[in-house]
Design a protein around this ligand. Structure first.
Ligand code: ATP
Length: 325
């Protein structure tokens, strides 16, 4: 029977992680359990950094970006010896079950721990939206809106000066954020890791946009694409200087996309998924990822999530291309 759980945030921070910590903590208290927060993800499990969370200690954080528990990447946890140390610390602190708020790698780690017999549930949280088991993950909507705001501004200045902008957005090896911000921002082209786009194709897209009388050209590039924004910028300047019509500029949005206050969608998603992960523990359902599928809170075995990457819907790329006329 569960009396005490621990919660951690792992991997890249995502806006809404705090709302998820709050939801997990308060839902667990509702079950009559006590809650420990683990500092800096798996690193805190391995190095024994636990602290008690009560309803008040998670007050005033729902609107904050980042994560109050901190997050880290932890090499030791990838090794069995590191996970054994984590199990030792969990037992030393009297913890009966763990909730892991994080993305792909974090849920792979959660699966590895659950395979060693410890009750673990995951909460789908990453701005990359690459997790199998959830249509959308905590942080995606806010990161997308931040990227979009930047794109809108760049478009305005691009139009004033007849420029082409290469805008690099985050997403690791997944092109979701780039593709969606490209569609929503009205980009002329989207360059993503899932479908190769050559630098020549980018050059042709930009000069074709100029020939069609556009006042600007916007190319959204995913950070994980084979040719990132800097590489494309260098290529265009070296090979097409003065031939594109537009003067080219490159901007990398980087971590600005992560730091924002979570928007309503992410706060609600985090609240529902945090609650759902605790409910699953309470009904004895362990080793699952709590995510959102078809508008419903669902659970998917971590075995089906670990080490996998959700594929991108090819039709969305077609949509981006059709609407870029
Ligand atoms: P995001 O993609 O949003 O940045 P993430 O959860 O995918 O988040 P990762 O850096 O891939 O971030 O993983 C976070 C941590 O999860 C790693 O530092 C490591 O401690 C743990 N982890 C990742 N893969 C494994 C694995 N195969 N086995 C055990 N632990 C793992």
């Amino acid at each position: 029977m569960i009396k005490r759980i621990a919660v951690l945030t792992s991997g890249g921070d995502a806006p809404g992680m705090n709302a998820a910590i709050r939801a997990v903590t308060r839902s667990a208290i509702e079950q009559g359990w006590t809650v420990l927060g683990v500092r800096e993800g798996y690193l805190g499990l391995v190095t024994n950094q636990f602290r008690e969370l009560d309803a008040r200690s998670v007050g005033g954080i729902i609107q904050l970006g980042g994560t109050m528990l901190g997050s880290a990447r932890c090499k030791e946890f990838r090794e069995e010896s590191g996970r054994k140390q984590a199990l030792h610390n969990l037992s030393k602190n009297g913890v009966d079950a763990l909730i892991v708020i994080g993305g792909n790698g974090s849920q792979t780690g959660a699966y590895a721990l659950s395979q060693m017999g410890f009750p673990v549930n995951g909460v789908a949280s990453t701005i990359d939206n690459d997790l199998v088991g959830s249509d959308i993950t905590i942080g995606v909507d806010t990161a997308l809106n931040i990227a979009l705001e930047a794109i809108d501004r760049l478009k305005t200045t691009a139009s004033s000066h007849r420029r082409a902008f290469l805008v690099e957005v985050m997403g690791r090896d997944c092109g979701y954020l780039a593709l969606m911000s490209g569609i929503a921002g009205g980009a002329e082209a989207v360059v993503i890791p899932e479908f190769e786009t050559t630098p020549e194709q980018v050059a042709q897209t930009i000069s074709a946009a100029y020939a069609r009388g556009k006042s600007h050209a916007l190319v959204v590039v995913a950070e994980g694409a084979k040719h990132d924004a800097d590489a494309l910028f260098r290529y265009l300047n070296e090979n097409y200087k003065d031939e594109l019509g537009f003067e080219v500029r490159a901007t990398t949005l980087g971590h600005v996309q992560r730091g924002g206050a979570p928007l309503a969608y992410d706060r609600l998603l985090a609240s529902r998924l945090g609650y759902g992960a605790v409910e699953a523990l309470a009904r004895g359902e362990y080793g699952v990822l709590c995510g959102m599928k078809g508008g419903q809170v669902t659970t998917t075995p971590l075995a089906e999530v670990a080490g996998k990457t959700k594929s991108l819907d090819e039709r969305l790329l077609k949509l981006a291309q059709v609407l870029a006329r």
